[in-house]
Design a protein around this ligand. Structure first.
Ligand SMILES: Cc1cc2nc3c(=O)[nH]c(=O)nc-3n(C[C@H](O)[C@H](O)[C@H](O)COP(=O)(O)OP(=O)(O)OC[C@H]3O[C@@H](n4cnc5c(N)ncnc54)[C@H](O)[C@@H]3O)c2cc1C
Ligand code: SF4
Length: 512
C-alpha cells in the first residue's frame, strides 16, 4: 500500500482490535506483521511437534541479567499469541482498577475505572464470541448484559470436580471461554486447544476475530514476514515520520502520519528503545524512563493432581475458582485465581522433565487433573526488558508477591488432596514462559511516571499510540487478553473519531 494513513505494527489482539475499529472509517490502514500466516497442518494438534520439536516457537534466544540464555515461549504469527492461547476471557475485577496494597508492594491504580471499560469489555466479548454465565463467579464485576453464549458444559470428570468443590463450600464457576462451541459453531472439542493453534479456525483468536474481518475492507492491507526494526522521529524528535522495515532481506522505510505500535509487551518496549536518537537518547516515548521497566508476567504454577480414576477430558478449561482472589478467611492477602489447564499429555511432561520414562509420563497424564494457580505480579522498577548489541535481548524479571503465591499453591494442593488426589505435583513457570507479559510501556495520568496517557497515546509523540499488553499499569491475577482487547477497541474508537472523523459505514467490507 502506498501512502497509508496509519501504520499498525503487529497483528495480535492490540493491533487487530485497533485495525478492526478503524477499518470502516475508510482510512488506508497498513498492518505490518513480522510473522507469517500459521499454516493449517496436522502438526497443529501434535503435542510432539508443539512441545518437543517446538515447531512454532520463535527461533530466538534471550538472556537474564546473570547471562543465562534461554529460548522464550514467543510466537510470531498473524494473530500473535492468541493463536496459542487457552481462550480464557476474563474481565478484571472493579478493584483491580484501583490501588491495592500487598505486603510485598503496591498494585497501582489504572487511570480510569472499570466502569469506563465496561462497554468495551462487552464489545470484546461479542467479537470474540465468549461463553459464560453471569452471576456464578463470586468476585465478578457488574456487567451491562449477559455473555454472548451459554457456558461451555463441563465434561464428566470436571463436572464431578465442580460438584465436590461446591460440597465443601467453594463457589466454582464456568470459566468464560472463546471457543466456537454452540449450535451452529465449528469447534469439535478436539483435545488440543490451550498452547496449540486451532487447525479449523474455531478458536476466537485475533486472526479470526479481528484481522480477517478488518481485511474484508478494501482500505486495509497486511504485510506479513515484515519486521519493523526502528521507528523514526522527525528532527525535533517529536513526531514519528516513518518505520524502518526488513522484508525478504531488504531494508525499507514506510512513511505515514499516524503509527500504532502493537508488537507485544516485550517487543514494543524493545522497538522503542532501539529507536533512540539524539533527541530521545533513552528511546522513543521514554522521557519518563518507564519504557522497558515494570515488566510483569504473573506468578503461575501448574499443578497435576493425580487421581485414582482416569481423566479423558478433551476441553477441561470450563472450570475456575475465585474464592481466594481477594484473600481467604484465614489469609487477608489477595491470593489470585485458580483455573483448569488444557489437558496435559505425555510429551508436555517430557519437554520439562526429560528423565521421566515415557510410560510413567503416560500414566500420570492419564490420571491427572491439571490446574493453573495464578497470582498477581507487581510492577517493579528493576524488572526490565533491555535490547543488547546484535539484536540480543535481556530480561531481568525481579520476582514479587512470591510468598502469597507459595501459600496459594500450598492451599490448592491441600484442596486437591481433600478432593481425592493421591498426589499433587507442581511446576512453577519462570522467565522462559512470558505468556502474560505486560506493563513495559505503562499508561498513567501523570507523564512523569508513565509513558502513555489513558488512551494509550505516548506523552512524547502526538502521533504514536502503543496498544498491546505493555500499557497495563498492573497485572491483576487474571488472564490478560480480554482486557487488552477492550482497551484497544476503546482506543480504536478514539482514533476513529479524532483522526478520521469516524464515518464508520462509508466503506463496505469486500464480499467474501
Ligand atoms: C500458550 C499461551 C496461552 C495463553 N492463554 C491465555 C488465555 O487463556 N487467556 C488470556 O487472556 N491470555 C492468554 N495468553 C496471553 C495472551 O495470548 C496475550 O496476553 C495476548 O495475546 C497479547 O496480545 P498483544 O496484542 O499484547 O501481543 P501479541 O499477541 O504478542 O501480538 C504482537 C504481534 O506483533 C508481532 N511483532 C512483534 N514484533 C514485531 C516487529 N518488530 N515487527 C512487526 N511485528 C512484530 C508479533 O509477531 C505478534 O503477532 C496466553 C499466551 C500463551 C503464549
Ligand atoms: S477445542 Fe475447539 S477451538 Fe480449541 S483447538 Fe479444538 S476445535 Fe479449535
Amino acid at each position: 500500500m502506498k501512502c497509508p494513513d496509519v501504520v499498525i505494527i503487529g497483528s495480535g489482539v492490540g493491533g487487530g482490535a485497533v485495525a478492526r475499529q478503524l477499518a470502516p472509517t475508510g482510512a488506508r490502514i497498513l498492518i505490518l506483521e513480522r510473522g507469517p500466516r500459521l499454516p493449517a497442518e496436522p502438526e497443529n494438534s501434535s503435542a510432539e511437534a508443539v512441545f518437543i520439536q517446538q515447531r512454532y516457537r520463535a527461533k530466538e534466544e534471550w538472556q537474564t541479567e546473570a547471562g543465562r540464555r534461554f529460548t522464550p515461549g514467543q510466537f510470531y504469527y498473524v494473530g500473535g499469541h492468541t493463536r496459542f492461547y487457552g481462550t480464557a476471557m476474563f474481565r478484571f475485577r472493579e478493584k483491580d482498577f484501583e490501588e491495592i496494597v500487598f505486603r510485598d508492594g503496591v498494585s497501582p491504580a489504572w487511570p480510569f475505572s472499570y466502569t469506563e471499560l465496561e462497554p468495551w469489555y462487552a464489545e470484546a466479548e461479542r467479537i470474540f464470541g465468549v461463553h459464560g454465565r453471569a452471576g456464578d463467579d463470586p468476585t465478578e464485576p457488574w456487567r451491562s448484559g449477559p455473555y454472548p453464549h451459554l457456558p461451555i458444559p463441563h465434561e464428566p470428570v470436571i463436572g464431578e470436580l465442580a460438584q465436590r468443590m461446591a460440597a465443601i463450600g467453594l463457589r466454582p464457576f464456568h470459566m468464560p471461554s472463546a471457543i466456537d462451541l454452540h449450535p451452529g459453531g465449528t469447534c469439535v472439542r478436539c483435545g488440543t486447544c490451550d498452547a496449540f493453534p486451532c487447525r479449523i479456525r474455531a478458536k476466537g483468536d485475533a486472526e479470526t476475530r479481528l484481522i480477517d474481518p478488518a481485511l474484508q475492507y478494501p482500505n486495509v492491507s497486511l504485510l506479513t514476514e515484515c519486521r519493523v526494526t526502528r521507528l523514526i522521529a522527525d528532527d525535533a524528535g517529536k513526531n514519528i515520520i516513518g518505520v524502518e522495515i526488513v522484508r525478504q532481506g531488504e531494508r525499507e522505510v514506510i512513511h505515514a502520519p499516524l503509527f500504532v505500535l502493537s508488537a507485544g509487551a516485550i517487543n514494543s518496549a524493545l522497538l522503542l528503545q532501539r529507536s533512540a536518537d539524539s533527541r530521545n537518547p533513552r528511546g522513543l516515548a521514554n522521557s519518563s524512563d518507564c519504557v522497558g521497566r515494570y515488566y510483569m508476567n504473573h506468578n503461575t504454577t501448574g499443578l497435576m493432581a493425580l487421581m485414582p480414576g482416569v481423566n479423558e477430558t478433551r476441553f477441561p478449561k470450563t472450570l475456575s475458582v475465585n474464592d481466594f482472589y481477594f484473600g481467604a478467611d484465614d489469609d487477608r492477602e489477595p491470593l489470585g485465581n485458580l483455573q483448569m489447564l488444557g489437558k496435559i499429555q505425555e510429551p508436555m511432561i517430557r519437554a520439562k522433565h526429560a528423565s521421566i520414562p515415557r510410560w510413567v509420563g503416560r500414566a500420570m497424564a492419564h490420571h491427572s487433573i491439571d490446574m493453573l494457580v495464578m497470582s498477581e505480579d507487581l510492577p517493579h522498577a528493576q524488572s526490565t526488558i533491555r535490547p543488547l548489541a546484535n539484536d540480543a535481548v535481556q530480561v531481568n524479571w525481579t520476582r514479587t508477591n512470591q510468598d502469597n503465591h507459595r501459600r496459594f499453591v500450598d492451599r490448592t494442593k491441600k484442596l486437591l488432596r481433600r478432593l481425592g488426589a493421591v498426589a499433587v505435583l507442581s511446576h512453577p513457570f519462570g522467565v522462559e514462559t512470558p505468556s502474560h507479559q505486560c506493563g513495559t510501556v505503562r499508561m498513567g495520568a501523570d507523564p512523569v511516571h508513565a509513558a502513555l496517557d489513558p488512551l494509550c497515546r505516548t506523552y512524547d509523540h502526538p502521533n504514536l499510540y502503543v496498544v498491546d499488553a505493555s500499557f497495563f499499569p498492573s497485572s491483576a491475577a487474571l488472564n490478560p487478553a480480554l482486557t487488552i482487547a477492550a482497551q484497544a477497541l476503546r482506543v480504536g474508537d478514539h482514533i476513529a473519531r479524532n483522526w478520521f472523523g469516524r464515518e464508520r459505514e462509508n466503506v463496505r467490507p469486500i464480499e467474501m
